[in-house]
Write a protein that binds this ligand. Structure first.
Ligand code: FBP
Length: 277
């Protein structure tokens, strides 16, 4: 018998991906990097305290959390050993001049993610930005370092820039998803295109790389968001990376449970919303 010996990197990536994408190949990830991307306006009143929110989503059974290195350090006692961790190593603040918000800067290194015990790293590429070149340089250096450590790389593949009038347009989102796949992403997070049919096209364009929906601003009614989650799964999507629709909800734990029930248990939005009331 000839033994097929695979690389250590392949094993490491596979092991870590399995901590994020569960046995059904799907994942619910909690995004919590808004403190830099949007600032305190995203956390009104009591929401400014990150700890009860992290505790709530972990208790709900979230598969992974995506956060910046400093927040991981501030909250590790809550999530360690209970959920997977994806460290995002790029960001930008909204205090910048408007034109420069089309650039995500280095916000940590792959070595920081390793030191923090991460299961994956994440970086944003704004496809279509005048700074696309800088972000790609950054993406490939993150990707290459992550390869050394056997860490999967999630790309936030967000089309935005002067030529893009509608960033949710299916052709534009498909472009970003395909470009993310071609740049070696192991997981892709991108915008919802508004319907099951169009999101199925995005999934196809990604050519086999798992595609996760980015949550977006908080919807007025929770059932609207749950319907989007349902459509993403029906379209062949691999799950969601959700932030505001969960942490700005009056009951983040119940909302997260509803999302998980759709992704992993196949509940309809109507069934899942009952878990919140
Ligand atoms: P949400 O579910 O809250 O939309 O989180 C997803 C996310 O990509 C965050 O990771 C990030 O902080 C934020 O949205 C960026 O939002 P914007 O569209 O304003 O750049």
């Amino acid at each position: 018998m000839i033994m097929v010996l695979t690389s250590f990197t392949h094993v490491g990536k596979t092991v870590r991906l399995k901590r994020i994408l569960k046995n059904d190949g799907k994942a619910v990830v909690f995004a919590f990097d808004h403190g830099v991307e949007h600032g305190p306006r995203d956390f009104p009143g009591e929401k400014i305290d990150p700890r009860p929110i992290i505790e709530a989503v972990v208790e709900a059974g979230v598969d992974a959390i995506m956060m910046l290195p400093g927040m991981a350090r501030l909250t590790y006692d809550i999530w360690a050993g209970r959920t997977a961790m994806i460290i995002k190593v790029t960001s930008k603040s909204n205090l910048r001049p408007k034109e420069e918000r089309l650039l995500q800067s280095t916000f940590g290194y792959v070595e920081d993610a390793v030191a923090l015990g991460a299961d994956a790293v994440a970086a944003t590429v704004y496809w279509g930005s005048p700074y696309e070149d800088v972000m790609l340089e950054r993406w490939f250096s993150v990707r290459s370092a992550a390869e050394t450590y056997g860490l999967p790389c999630l790309q936030l593949a967000y089309p935005r820039g002067p030529t893009i009038t509608n960033r949710y347009d299916v052709e534009i989102v498909k472009y970003g998803a395909r470009a993310a796949a071609e740049s070696g992403a192991d997981l892709i997070k991108t915008y919802y295109t508004g319907s099951k049919e169009t999101f199925a096209e995005v999934v196809k364009a990604a050519a086999g790389v798992p595609v996760l929906m980015s949550g977006g601003p908080k919807r007025e009614k929770e059932i609207e968001f749950l319907q989007d989650v349902y459509n993403v799964i029906a379209a062949g999507g691999s799950g969601v990376v959700v932030g505001r629709n969960v942490f700005q909800h009056p009951n983040p734990k119940a909302m997260m449970k509803a999302v998980i029930a759709i992704v992993h248990e196949g509940l309809t939005p109507e069934e899942a919303v009952k878990l919140i009331k």
